[in-house]
Design a protein around this ligand. Structure first.
Ligand SMILES: Cc1cc2nc3c(=O)[nH]c(=O)nc-3n(C[C@H](O)[C@H](O)[C@H](O)COP(=O)(O)O)c2cc1C
Length: 220
């Protein structure tokens, strides 16, 4: 079982968000998972230019560090995405990564995976965990949960978040093992699956790769 953590703070080893990603990974490791942490800010990832070549061909026109990370994301059974709160949202580096994955939304490529979101903020981390959880669901994965800390709430609040993060990692690893069914999320995932299938069907002539992808799955 592989669990991949992605931290999007530019502060490297000084990052508090990274500590939460690490705690989730330690929890997952204690439950038997093989874990890896990637600092997305160490990678060179270009902006999506909206050319739609990935919809047509299944590959991106940019030759940079994206594909290597994307391959790891697609191979993982579980994902931990962490970002600090930058102006009520994720960092630009995280946004650049997820923008490059829009083919994965159309094809719901995180289906069958489990995920969780972590964040820190000066005064608010919920804005980020809510956003990350929503997009992880948008990509087709189940969301095991999330945790975060507002640094202004002091070290105790951070310690609590770190403990919760460790537990979250254990739960996510168990989710992967037992293939836990989150019924409410499954219903939402099914609806968005049908939505994206219709969208791709409408673009049959244009988005050949995505049309072919769903065709191979018999539109299920
Ligand atoms: C450019 C920038 C924008 C920020 N915007 C917010 C914000 O809107 N809300 C908030 O609560 N904290 C904000 N912060 C504070 C960071 O989210 C906070 O310090 C966080 O814990 C940093 O995480 P890190 O240690 O993982 O880098 C901002 C910090 C920076 C540098």
């Amino acid at each position: 079982m592989k669990i991949l953590g992605i931290c999007a703070s530019p502060r490297g080893s000084k990052s508090q968000t990274r500590r939460l990603v690490q705690a989730v990974l330690e929890g997952a490791k204690s439950a038997g998972a093989e874990v890896e942490l990637v600092d997305v800010c160490d990678l060179e990832i270009e902006y999506c230019n909206g050319c739609q070549v990935c919809y047509k061909k299944g590959v991106c026109v940019h030759k940079d560090d994206f594909q290597g990370l994307y391959d790891k994301i697609l191979l993982a059974d579980g994902l931990v995405w962490g970002s600090p709160n930058y102006l009520r949202s994720i960092t630009a580096q995280m946004k650049t990564l997820v923008d490059r994955m829009s083919d994965a939304i159309h094809c719901q490529l995180l289906t069958g995976k489990y995920s969780c979101a972590v964040a820190t903020g000066g005064s608010n981390s919920d804005q980020v965990t809510e956003y990350l959880s929503a997009i992880l669901l948008n990509f087709g994965s189940f969301v095991t949960g999330s945790t975060g800390a507002a640094m202004a709430s002091g070290p105790k609040a951070f310690e609590e978040a770190e403990k919760k993060a460790f537990q979250l990692g254990k739960t996510m690893a168990e989710d992967v093992s037992v293939k836990r069914d989150y019924i409410e999320q499954r219903e939402m995932l099914q609806e968005s699956r049908e939505y994206f299938q219709k969208l791709v069907e409408m673009h049959e002539k244009d988005w050949e790769h995505e049309y072919e992808y769903w065709n191979k799955l018999n539109w299920k």
